[in-house]
Write a protein that binds this ligand. Structure first.
Ligand SMILES: [Zn+2]
Length: 258
């Protein structure tokens, strides 16, 4: 089993040419799980895989991470083979925000009879969730209000921070060596996002060696980050991941033990 992480987009909210930050966990080249779904994410997913996502994890509910979910609703709801089958994993604390921003709009279709959640199989989680035989850890990050933003990891393989200020204690736990760490980073930090100076102050050299930076402000900013010695994600790029630790993989068929 070979896992990969493909960046569909790696831009900050204003960096349109880089795409909305979103990534796909792949297994043997097949898409397993989409992380975030901004306005342009479904087009990029279709161009890459000739298919729509069958599972999505939501890091937080800013529009550059969830605007594409309305379109995914329409594509899923009107496809009898997919309706109600697309898994949506989100921390339980995000469910009220998803409800307010996406699901509460009056009449999802003009003729009535449809609810936003009819298209999806919502799986609220707290510590994490099983998907496709892998355990995905979910951990709180630092982006606006507490408990409004979450990262994702498969222990030993990768951690994806989502939008965040530095979270060294979380990554020390959820991203042990040799896991790749996809980290929010621009040249300048702010109260909402990490800057390169923040990374150098907060993380060990060993952690930074495993970073791949995304959610930056444009191609020139990406080049400046690379010039400082960091690996920088490019839209469309796929990175091979180390094998997960044994406890993050299901070895027995589901249902063999209580
Ligand atoms: Zn955000």
């Amino acid at each position: 089993m070979n896992l990969g992480l493909r960046f569909l987009g790696c831009g900050a909210a204003h960096a349109a040419e880089l795409g909305c930050s979103a990534a796909v966990v792949e297994r043997d080249g097949t898409p397993l799980l989409l992380i975030d779904c901004g306005a342009d994410t479904l087009n990029r997913h279709l161009e890459t895989y000739r298919d729509l996502p069958r599972a999505v994890f939501v890091t937080h509910v800013h529009m550059d991470h969830v605007a594409g979910l309305e379109r995914l609703f329409f594509r899923t709801y009107f496809d009898p083979a997919r309706r109600g089958q697309v898994a949506m994993y989100a921390h339980a604390a995000l469910v009220p925000h998803l409800q307010a921003r996406l699901a509460d709009y009056p009449e999802m279709v003009a003729e009535g009879g449809a609810n936003f959640w009819d298209a999806f199989r919502l799986v609220p989680c707290s510590r994490g969730f099983w998907h496709a035989g892998l355990w995905f850890d979910v951990f709180a990050t630092r982006h606006h209000a507490p408990l409004s933003s979450f990262g994702l990891a498969v222990r030993g393989a990768f951690a994806y921070t989502g939008d965040t200020r530095p979270i060294p204690e979380a990554l020390a736990h959820y991203a042990p060596e040799p896991a790749l760490i996809a980290h929010d980073c621009a040249l300048q930090g702010n109260p909402s996002h990490s800057g390169v100076d923040d990374l150098e102050r907060e993380y060990t050299k060993e952690q930074r060696r495993r970073f791949v930076l995304y959610h930056y402000g444009g191609a020139a900013e990406g080049a400046a980050l690379a010039a400082r010695g960091y690996r920088v994600a490019r839209p469309g790029e796929v990175l091979a991941l180390p094998a997960p630790v044994a406890g993050a993989m299901l070895h027995e068929p589901a249902g063999v033990s209580a």
